[in-house]
Design a binder for this molecule. Structure first.
Ligand code: GRF
Length: 198
């Protein structure tokens, strides 16, 4: 079997997108494997989920540490696991420019809006308040700016008249779970094909 790209997933909480990435990795022809799930929150429910499935986990509480200092620990854990690409999945901390630069083009994030609209928090409430007809989710390459960087995949979801931020979030999340593993698989396959996976 051809080698798979080694992916590290970073989470801060629930980890439902991470779970969808793990589920897709079970397909024999999936071009990536998840070799580490890392978190800045040792209590993140997603960590226990990954651990129960035999995936290596790493956690360290970021509180009281400078951003760059904490990111150096994450970087060391990723390098020790020979990670080749990182997927942020509900990772609620901005990464230091040093970290982003050392993984340039190799970090993906999923954001629950149609980027470039509604970077940051409360995306669904903001889309509804603006009277938008549709919302959605975007997978993008991470650059030092929050929720910036080239969009690699997007799914659109109609906003219904009766939608609240919660009902909209639920429908968008279902699409996130489809979009993220597919986008990650495509990026992983591209990197493997480039012949420069390290
Ligand atoms: C998702 O909506 C994702 O788009 C955003 O944070 C949320 C994380 O949810 N970045 P989960 O932890 O993957 O369930």
């Amino acid at each position: 079997m051809s080698p798979k790209l080694r992916v590290g997933v970073m989470i801060s909480g629930r980890g439902s997108n991470m779970a969808s990435i793990l589920a897709a990795a079970e397909a024999p022809d999936c071009p990536y494997e998840v070799v580490l799930v890392a978190s800045n929150n040792p209590e993140a429910p997603g960590l226990a989920f990954a651990d129960e499935r035999g995936v290596a986990v790493w956690a360290h509480d970021h509180r009281g540490m400078k951003r760059a200092e904490f990111d150096r620990l994450v970087d060391a854990a990723m390098r020790a696991a020979n990670v080749q690409m990182i997927a942020l999945a509900g990772y609620m901390r901005l990464l230091s420019p040093e970290f982003v630069e050392s993984w340039a083009g190799r970090i993906l994030n999923i954001h629950p809006s149609l980027l470039p609209k509604y970077k940051g928090l409360d995306t669904h409430a903001r889309a509804i308040a603006a009277g938008d007809g549709e919302a959605g989710c975007s997978v993008h390459i991470v650059t030092p700016e929050l929720d910036d960087g080239p969009v690699v995949a997007q799914t659109r979801v109609p906003i219904l008249a009766r939608d609240t931020p919660e009902t909209l979030a639920e429908r968008v999340l279902k699409e996130e779970h489809r979009l993220y593993p597919a986008a990650l698989a495509k990026c992983a396959a591209d990197v493997l094909r480039s012949g420069n996976p390290a």
